[in-house]
Every structure is written in structure tokens, then in C-alpha cells.
Design a protein around this ligand. Sequence first.
Ligand code: HEC
Ligand code: HEC
Length: 186
Amino acid sequence: MPALLALLLWVGAPVWAQDVSVRLMACAACHGADGNSQLPGIPSLAGQPRVFIENQLVIIREGLREIPAMKGQLDGVSDAEITAMAVHFARLPARNTPPAGDPALMAQGKALAESMRCGTCHLPDYRGREQMPRLAGQREDYLLYSMLQFKNNQATGRDTIMAASLYGIADADLKALAHFLARAAP
Ligand code: HEC
Ligand code: HEC
């Protein structure tokens, strides 16, 4: 390819053409090589909406959402790199494979998710959209952990809309919701 053409193509490259492969290796150690986390307490990122990941990475980088485990991970990471990483994870298929669910807990969680209208924001199949995260196929422990944080107003830096959505709910109901959503087909 002539050098000038190569240069023009490079200049015109979209932001997600940023090479973030080295940065992604660090993320893989915790979030899984394919974006599906195998570690307790660490969320899967595969199949999350791009906008959700972008937003979270910005607020984590700025220190608004404090994640001790991720301290330093986003130091000096540009907005363009954040977009590139978000595009990468959004494209990966979510494939959490939890053990078979308890039928009674599944039914309870499904009924709660429907009556509490979680799908109006997270979509009826809980795939998420825009700034609303995917819940289907997320790790059960992480779903429960994050909902308890919202409910107990400990979700510093996170959207208060979720605390409002879970206001007054019993912990046992949160367990059922997490059990069901982790097994909802992504
Ligand atoms: C040492 C482990 C570790 C590394 C390395 C790490 N993370 Fe995380 N990450 C976590 C933990 C733990 C959480 C959840 C913490 C919480 O909610 O309190 C998290 C949360 C997130 C979230 C929010 C997800 C959600 O569903 O709310 C995003 C996005 C994210 N990490 C992206 C990244 C990216 C991109 C990288 C690489 C640049 C990275 N992380 C590196 C441990 C890590
Ligand atoms: C009015 C819209 C809305 C409704 C209704 C709603 N959510 Fe959310 N939810 C959000 C938004 C927005 C976020 C992202 C919060 C943030 O940016 O920190 C979120 C985040 C979450 C998270 C954190 C996931 C993660 O990866 O960090 C969980 C779990 C969750 N919602 C579960 C539920 C459940 C269960 C219901 C129904 C009981 C529900 N939500 C109803 C808007 C909504």
C-alpha cells in the first residue's frame, strides 16, 4: 500500500481502532480472558452495553466509584482508549454457565423481576442497553453484592436510580432476583 494512503487510512481510523491489547491483558487477569469472570466478586464484562462500560470506566478512573482492586488500573488511560476497551467487551459473547437453578428460587426471582419492572430499563430479556447494564448471565454473587450495595446506600458514585428501584426490598428477595438473573438466557 502506498505510504500516503496508509497514513490517510490511519488518520481516518475510528477511535476504537486504538490498540489497547496490552491494557486488556491486565483486565483479563480479573475479568476473564473472554470477559466472562471466573472469580468471585468480579463482574463479567462480556456483552455489557458499550455506553455502560464507558460510563463506569470514566467514573472509576475519576475516583467517583471507588474500586480498591482497580486502583491504578486506569491511571493515564485516555477517553479514546476507554471507548476502545468498551467496544471490545461489548462485542464479546456473555457465557456464564452457573449450575442448574433451584426451581422455587427461580420462580420467585422471575416473578419479582416482572412485578418490579426491572425490564423497563434493563430490557425484558435483561440484556441491558445504553447506560443500563446487562443482568442476564452476570455472576450471581456479583448481582447480589451490587444490589445490597444499592439497597444499603453504599454504592458510592453509582446511579441513585437503582437505590430507588430497590427501596425497602427484603434481602431474601434480592437473593432470588440474583439467582434468577444469573441464569436468564443472555
Ligand atoms: C485486580 C482485579 C481487577 C483488575 C485488574 C481490573 N478490574 Fe475491573 N473490577 C474489579 C472488581 C473487583 C470490580 C467490582 C467492584 C465493585 O463493584 O465493588 C470491577 C468492576 C469493573 C467494572 C464495572 C462493572 C459493573 O458491572 O459494574 C468495569 C467496567 C471494569 N471493572 C473494567 C475493567 C477494565 C477495563 C480493566 C482493565 C483496564 C479492569 N477492570 C481491571 C477488579 C479488577
Ligand atoms: C429506572 C431504570 C431502572 C430500573 C427500573 C432498574 N434498574 Fe437496575 N440499573 C439501572 C441503571 C441506570 C444502572 C447502572 C447504575 C450505575 O450506573 O451505577 C443499574 C444497575 C443495576 C445493577 C448493577 C449491575 C452491574 O453490573 O453493576 C443491578 C444488579 C441491577 N441494576 C438490578 C436491577 C433489578 C433487579 C431491577 C428490578 C428490581 C432493576 N435493576 C431495576 C436502571 C434501572
